[in-house]
Ligand binder design. Sequence first.
Ligand code: C2O
Ligand code: CU
Length: 543
Amino acid sequence: PELEKWVAEVPRPGVVEPVGTKNGNPYYEVEMREIEQQIHPDLPPTTVWGYDGQCPGPTIEARQGDPIYVRWKNKLPDEHLLPVDTTIHSSTIPYDSTGVRVVTHLHGGNVEHTSDGKPKAWFTRDFEHTGPKFEKKDYYYVNDQPPATLWYHDHSLGITRLNVYAGLAGLYLLRNNHEESLGLPSGEYEIPLVLQDRSFNEDGSLFYPTAISGTDSDPPNPDPSIVPQFFGDTSVVNGKAWPRLSVDPRKYRFRILNGSNSRFYNLKLFEYDESDGTTGTGGPPFTLVGNDGGLLASPVTIEERLEIGTGKRADVVVDFSDYAGQTLLVHNDAAAPYRGPNINTGGQQPLPEVMLIDVAVGDIDDPSQVPNTLTDVPDIPVDSVTEERYLPLTMSTDEYGRRLHLLGSDAESSPHRLYDPVTEEPTLNDTEIWSFANQTGTSHPMHLHLVHFQVLGRQPFSEYDPEAETIDVEALEPPAPEETGWNDVVTANPGEVTHVLVHFGEFEGLFNDQIGWYMWHCHMLEHEDHDMMRPFSVLPDSA
Ligand code: C2O
Ligand code: CU
């Protein structure tokens, strides 16, 4: 359906309150339920899945040093909201048993592996059936990491794309006293923006493709079939389609999450004339104060585009004080599929218009500030690296002839599927370089659980020698301005090797003497579900 743009106001996600305590710590219960949501005034209500009746889910407000427990409760119906391809990981998923499998992962959380929400730790309604890696009902989040914009989302084996598309995602904001003392815009001037793309049927229901377009394959594809990627035709922000946000002419802090399945965003603000839909000159810049893993050392003014890969967060301040009375467009020029920040035309399914911002008139007293020094971000010294992992991103086909994106562990061996034995086993306290060599035709947002990394740089394949002893850091294309500091998703562009520095110094991945797995994967959810995901485990120091 053609939906009129810029009608609804951007809502703010709610905040969850604890229901009690457990071991002296706040204890939360968050319930996944099917709900009806008015996503656009002209659309019949849409059936979605929400946490505590909200989509996106309510924000969890946590503080560094104060652990919490969360029981993620499954109260979803017996049947999935969307068609399920039962050929994905069919050897381990009991597709014929009733109930929807869910498991919630805290993305960016430095957590024990039994609370990480790994794909095989799924459970159905009221924990009736549980997956092979299910260990406990109450997840423990120790919150022993710097303040950051984290998020939680479903991670259930083989159906993550469907569960997240149905609505299972929300923000988790971790704060501390230092951050609050900085004077950044706060309270009503700090607004989460969960960016997602969706498509709708005339009756208001969510549209999600069930067949790969343009294929006539032999053997025929399963019906329904997983698709290699998904790009919705409608911009949805905080659960509203094509919305607008009213602000005062002052500074705001936006916690932006790219919560889309496959889409990248490349954002810039423009003055906008609503009478004819034309854009004028550029609006205020984004001042980046933090990314995935927390605050930057110093703010970075993004003069051009702010790239936000799938699953990434951008913590930005925007000063509207020079734009009183104006309307601004949040514009996205990322191609879809994405092929890097410089290929921003020719996207087959672009989504240029994200939302409008109406700046009120008047003179506003704005006591907030963006200090030049935000926090201490230690550099990871390159000479402390003990291992470089050459990790090819490759293409293959599955048993039905469908396109498959895979991850490898070195230049020689064939790439691995999800269930092949663990090949990445860093040792606790070691520092490594992970080198993502993208041999496919599109960009992939590569994500590691448990840790945050620093982007070292990029180089074309032709200049990279996997056999060489060391990487010539000076020769690398340096990270983009928005990539400084701590990240947990990095854009690996085609034809390039993207190097990140990782220190495995936190949880050892050991719990009750079992080796625990964490995941690393592409955060395009269609890729992740279809084998572009691998386990890693952190081995004990001096084992
Ligand atoms: Cu946000 Cu393994 O995921
Ligand atoms: Cu991918």
